[in-house]
Design a protein around this ligand. Structure first.
Ligand code: SF4
Length: 448
């Protein structure tokens, strides 16, 4: 007797930010209901979904190059279906189908829930792009991510109303839309019940969260999530400096489950450039915020984003970005060369810089930050850090890895029984991007 047909193979290629990773987990959940099981490689898959990012020109180019590489797989297996979702899909829509003949369907950032239907119609040979304008999906309508581990992400709001002059996000992700508190809590409870102990609350502009039903702000949401039994740790990203107020700092200072870490993009250090970017704060505002955070949340680790080579950025402007690094002393930064993005105001500005200047500035900025990161890590030698143990370290036999409360990677010698536990580790060595330490206490009391 023939056996039941096995699951169909699904490969998801994810580009871009944590929110795309979250959406990819939802895509996997949705398609699992249709009989698709995820596979790590595209070879042998029945369906390949590419979740794309168009925030930077380079990220978009990577998507096209990845798509080009799939042509051969499609030629070998004409039954293979290929779909593109995310920001490039939203931006390009049906043009993508014209440009990429081996593509079967396109779905925009607000059309995730239509995916099973698009796949079913693609199986019947119907090529289509679905990129309805906003509002975006109500994420609660989608299946939860399958098989969560120790840590999980949870999107609490989507979209952005800020329209920074260089950024495509408001055009491809739409206006801000927060999920009701009750839905967020329901999903958080489900994750914790499935074994998750650390949740990262996500939003393009997470700290402008506002419950559509009762107007509760992000600090209020944090207090509620912190009340969930058996959840040990809460992080959140990304925060806009102009929306960082005393209530959020207070929540960070008083809720033991909210980790001492914040990603607070500055983007530039020169007031002239910040104004041209439309960021809504000055260098002085930003420095005052960083100082206040450090005062109210001792030990807080700051992360930043910087763009180098914005149109019209002079050497003096760039020097101000370098000096901002020195003054703030970030734990880590993400840094990028400016690139023109569709729809944006900055793309029509004069004073574009050549690639060589942008590359030189990027290298200089990253070198400066590497040195600061090393110094910051060396200052931690001798301190005891609470670490949530995630698994074996990539390097060093018998070593485990985890993250401190401030989000730093900590490696130390220990047995597999410690995985999934909170332990105390004394820092012995500060490397550029991680800490090395020794186990001080096998089990920290886990918050209930
Ligand atoms: S805050 Fe600015 S940079 Fe961030 S997503 Fe919104 S528009 Fe883009």
């Amino acid at each position: 007797m023939p056996g039941a047909p096995g699951p169909k193979g699904l490969h998801i290629a994810t580009f871009g930010c944590q929110m795309n990773q979250y959406d990819s987990a939802r895509i996997a959940g949705l398609l699992a209901r249709e009989g698709y099981a995820q596979m790590d490689q595209p070879q042998g898959a029945d369906l390949i979904v590419i979740n794309t990012c168009s925030v930077r020109e380079r990220a978009e180019q990577k998507v096209y190059s990845y798509l080009g590489g799939l042509r051969r797989l499609k030629a070998e297996n004409p039954g293979l279906l290929i779909g593109v979702g995310g920001c490039v899909a939203q931006q390009e829509g049906a043009r993508l189908l014209k440009q990429v003949p081996h593509l079967d369907f396109v779905f925009g950032t607000g059309s995730l829930e239509r995916l099973p239907q698009l796949v079913a119609e693609a199986q019947k040979g119907r090529r289509q792009a679905f990129t309805e304008p906003r509002p975006p999906d109500r994420p609660q309508a989608l299946a939860p991510a399958p098989a969560p581990g120790l840590k999980a992400m949870l999107t609490v709001m989507r979209g952005c109303d800020n329209y920074c002059s260089y950024c495509v996000v408001p055009y491809v992700r739409g206006r801000e839309q927060s999920r009701p508190v009750a839905e967020v809590l329901e999903e958080a409870h489900a994750l914790v019940d499935a074994g998750v102990r650390e949740i990262t609350l996500l939003g393009q502009n997470v700290n402008s969260y506002c419950d559509p039903e009762d107007g509760r702000d992000f600090a209020g949401l944090l207090h509620l999530v912190a009340g969930i039994k058996d959840l040990w740790r809460i992080r959140f990203a990304t925060s806009h400096p102009k929306d960082l107020g005393p209530a959020l700092m207070e929540a960070m200072a008083t809720e033991a489950k909210v980790m001492e870490q914040i990603h607070l993009p500055a983007q530039a250090g020169s007031n002239r450039i910040l104004k041209a970017m439309g960021r809504g704060y000055s260098r002085e505002d930003y420095l005052a915020l960083a100082a206040e955070l450090r005062r109210r949340v001792p030990g807080v680790a700051l992360g930043g984003d910087f763009i180098v080579g914005f149109p019209g950025e002079s050497e003096a402007d760039f020097a101000q970005s370098l000096s901002l690094l020195d003054e703030v002393r970030y734990d880590f930064i993400y840094s990028f060369k400016y690139s023109d993005r569709p729809f944006t105001r900055a793309s029509s500005l004069d004073g574009k810089l050549d690639e060589e200047t942008k590359s030189r500035r990027l290298v200089t900025l990253q070198e400066r930050q590497r040195e600061i990161g090393r110094q910051m890590h060396r200052q931690l030698i001798g301190r005891v850090e609470e670490v949530l143990v995630e698994g074996p370290a990539q390097k060093g036999q018998g070593r485990l890895t985890g993250r401190s409360r401030a989000g730093r990677v900590v490696n130390f010698a220990g047995g597999p029984e410690l995985v999934g536990r909170l332990v105390a580790v004394r820092v012995a060595e500060g490397k550029q991007s991680s800490l090395l330490g020794s186990l001080e206490q096998r089990e920290r009391s886990e918050a209930s």
